[in-house]
Design a protein around this ligand. Structure first.
Ligand code: NAP
Length: 248
């Protein structure tokens, strides 16, 4: 049986690299994206060139009805879901909290934390063996910011990612006897569009001096950690937060 895995934010960056890693490992994939259809189609073409099936679903992970549709369409087109990568996220804005608009704070918490909770809730419903599902694994994409705090950049984002870590610990315990493992990966500074999306495309260059290894990570540095936590080799690992941050 091929694993059937949903990746939120699968159209770009870490999610896209994870999609290619999982395609090579034999997964069929549902890629959720928010608006960038053409980028999602490029990733889907690469996934299918590795022999995997791939469906694209436009969904905002912070909206319950979109999350329901994401899971329903995936099950209809691919079969029972066995994996979820909660990767969709954004920083949106860089600055001190006192200068950050409330609507930005709400969006950052909604996408990074509430989106992870809503998608994991549906995954628990359909994957739990106690509820008749096939079992599986959830990997949440946290951030090194969860422990560093991201002062003068986005402390509310750091708080949302710390919430993801606590949620990972709790849900791992809740689902431990239901055939579902729950883990997180915490990347450091990674070369993706997230920085330009926050209005600071130069952040990679300005922040790299903080990274002990002296370089930014590539999305391909993060994908194998996510893939390992989803796969059978990590069968006894649940509740872990695996930092992949160049020593940060
Ligand atoms: P990215 O290149 O900006 O890609 C973000 C992805 O999330 C895109 O696929 C985007 O879809 C999707 N997305 C955004 N908002 C969404 C929503 N409301 N609903 C559904 N999808 C949504 O970002 P990235 O750097 O790869 O980040 C991936 C994850 O890694 C995030 O959780 C981020 O917080 C975390 N992270 C990143 C870094 C870093 O330095 N890059 C460091 C630590 C943690 P569209 O393409 O349709 O817009």
């Amino acid at each position: 049986m091929r694993p059937i895995t949903i990746i939120t934010g699968g159209s770009r960056g870490i999610g896209a690299a994870t999609a290619l890693w999982l395609a090579r490992a034999g997964h069929d994939l549902a890629l959720c994206y928010r608006g960038n259809r053409s980028s999602a189609e490029e990733v889907a073409d690469q996934v299918t060139s590795h022999g995997g099936r791939c469906v694209l679903v436009r969904a905002d992970v912070s909206q319950e009805s979109d999350v329901d549709r994401l899971f329903d369409e995936t099950a209809e087109q691919l079969g029972p879901v066995t994996g979820l990568v909660n990767n969709a996220g954004l920083t949106a804005h860089v600055g001190d909290l006192a200068d950050t608009p409330v609507e930005v704070i709400r969006q950052v918490i909604d996408v990074n934390f509430l989106g992870t909770v809503l998608c994991s809730r549906r995954a628990a419903q359909v994957m739990s063996t106690r509820r008749g599902g096939p079992g599986g694994a959830i990997v949440n994409v946290s951030s090194g910011a969860a422990t560093l705090g991201a002062a003068h950049e986005y402390v509310h984002y750091a708080g949302a990612k710390a919430a993801v870590d606590a949620f990972t610990a709790g849900l791992a315990k809740e689902l431990a006897q239901d055939g579902v493992r729950v883990n997180a990966v915490a990347p450091g500074l990674v070369r993706t569009d997230i920085h330009a999306g926050a209005g600071v495309p130069e952040r990679l260059e300005t922040a790299v001096s903080r990274v002990p290894m002296g370089r930014a990570g590539e999305p391909e540095d993060i994908a194998p950690a996510i893939g390992w936590l989803l796969g059978p080799e990590s069968a006894y690992t649940s509740g872990a937060v695996l930092r992949v941050a160049g020593g940060l």
